[in-house]
Design a binder for this molecule. Structure first.
Ligand code: ADP
Ligand code: ASP
Ligand code: MG
Length: 407
């Protein structure tokens, strides 16, 4: 008998029939004698619908009020799942994030969890109830409703598992595990039996939305046993996120390919090539709470240089505005933005001990005539920025070039 936290994503609870299916699975685990805490997302499409609704009222919705609106999707599913369990004769009780309470900071729309009160959940488990918790949401110290960023129910699930010291956290979704790359883009992608925590962290941060990055961070920090599985299959081991590299296994150099369509590039042209320039450009961007990802400063010529960096697509207009505000002070000739780009990354702990990985990547892209606009590397990943129209082609040819389509 174990304490298991299960998280079901939007597609898995996308219709009344699917919610009943989830209830049947939960009931099956319960019948085996396990204690269960179940975290659910909003029904698929619901969060997008709520965001669009808010934008019809306010083009740039007030963040506090936006969280009030978009947190409602999850409240619907917890109630429905609890009802479905009662229909099966299983005692269950639903909780919003605030009811639990999942305490967060006050950064509306991307709040961070600070602590979780497990008293209510423990009391319910002790009397044999299944506990159902709304994912994606929490409450700040002043009692305001907060949300954890898109995909945040994964983080709710793992954080609850950490708080409860659960034996396992199972993330049920619409694919049966973590693949070498998104199986919707490359049909030849293969399911991985295991992936190291480090690799999963990179994959998530580089755009594989199968797990929200913060959920992986939580799993690492609190040593949560984390598994990704299908909610549509009865059997299957899914993919286990492991903390140690399996030394018995011949590790591939590249384990997976991630991509991200959600970034845009900013070009600051003709700035004086002198100390402090990077700070003068990026300082105001950071002050505006905009996350900067890749940064490139070119070698100066004639005393001036060009500076480029990427930001979330959503923040492109805001970033350009911020920079136009400091353009005269920085002394830049021109500021422009390009949102027709994407980032493609190869990830693998095997890259540590192999040379020539970058050149294979660049040759493969060159052979397809794909121009690389920016490059960034770390010990276990290489990322490139390319034109958005090449995304699928780039991912497919790299997947093949690194032998990820073979057993
Ligand atoms: P949920 O609603 O269950 O949270 P998401 O849509 O957030 O589901 O995440 C699952 C999706 O992640 C899959 O349908 C798949 O298209 C995508 N995905 C991206 N990269 C990968 C990968 N490497 N392995 C598996 N799925 C991936
Ligand atoms: N419903 C939220 C979203 O769509 C959270 C989640 O699904 O994880 O982003
Ligand atoms: Mg998700």
């Amino acid at each position: 008998m174990a304490l298991i936290v299960q998280k079901y994503g939007g597609t898995s609870v996308g219709s009344p029939e699917r919610i009943k299916n989830v209830a049947r699975r939960v009931a099956k685990f319960k019948a085996q004698g396990h204690d269960l805490v179940v975290v659910v997302s909003a029904m698929s499409g619901e969060t997008n619908r709520l965001i669009a609704l808010a934008k019809e009222i306010q083009a740039n919705p007030d963040p506090r009020e936006l969280d009030v609106v978009i947190s409602t999707g999850e409240q619907v599913t917890i109630g429905l799942l609890s009802m479905a369990l009662k229909e099966l004769g299983v005692d269950a009780r639903s909780y919003t994030g605030a009811q639990v309470k999942v305490l967060t900071d006050s950064t509306f729309t991307k709040a961070r969890i600070q602590s979780i009160d497990d008293d209510n959940m423990r009391a319910d488990l002790a009397v044999g109830r299944v506990v159902i918790v709304a994912g994606f949401q929490g409450v700040d110290a002043e009692g305001n409703i907060t949300t954890l960023g898109r995909g945040g129910s994964d983080t709710s699930g793992v954080a609850l598992a950490a708080a409860l010291k659960a034996d396992e956290c199972q993330i049920y979704t619409d694919v049966d595990g973590v693949y070498t790359t998104d199986p919707r883009v490359v049909p030849e992608a293969r399911k991985l039996k295991t992936i190291t925590f480090e690799e999963m962290l990179e994959m998530a941060s580089l755009g594989s939305k199968v797990l929200q990055i913060r959920s992986v961070e939580f799993a690492g920090k609190y040593n949560v046993k984390l598994r990704v599985l299908s909610s549509f299959q009865e059997e299957g081991e899914g993919t286990l996120i492991t903390f140690e590299e399996d030394s018995n296994m011949e590790k591939p150099v590249v384990s997976g390919i991630a991509f991200n369509r959600d970034e845009a590039r900013i070009n600051v042209i003709g700035v004086p090539d002198k100390p402090g320039i990077a700070y003068q450009i990026l300082g105001p961007v950071a002050d505006a709470n905009i996350d900067v990802d890749m940064i490139i400063q070119n070698v100066g010529q004639d005393g001036t240089t060009d500076f480029s960096f990427t930001v979330p697509k959503n923040d492109l207009t805001r970033t350009v505005k911020v920079l136009e505000g400091v353009q005269a002070h920085v002394g830049a000739l021109n500021i422009s933005g390009d949102d027709k780009i994407c980032k493609v990354s190869i990830v693998g702990v095997g890259m540590r001990s192999h040379v020539g990985v970058a050149s294979t990547m660049f040759r493969t892209l060159a052979e397809e005539g794909i121009n690389i606009q920016m490059i960034s590397t770390s010990e276990i990943k290489i990322s490139v920025i390319v034109d958005e129209k090449y995304l699928e082609l780039a991912v497919r040819v790299l997947h093949k070039a690194f032998g990820l389509d073979r057993e």
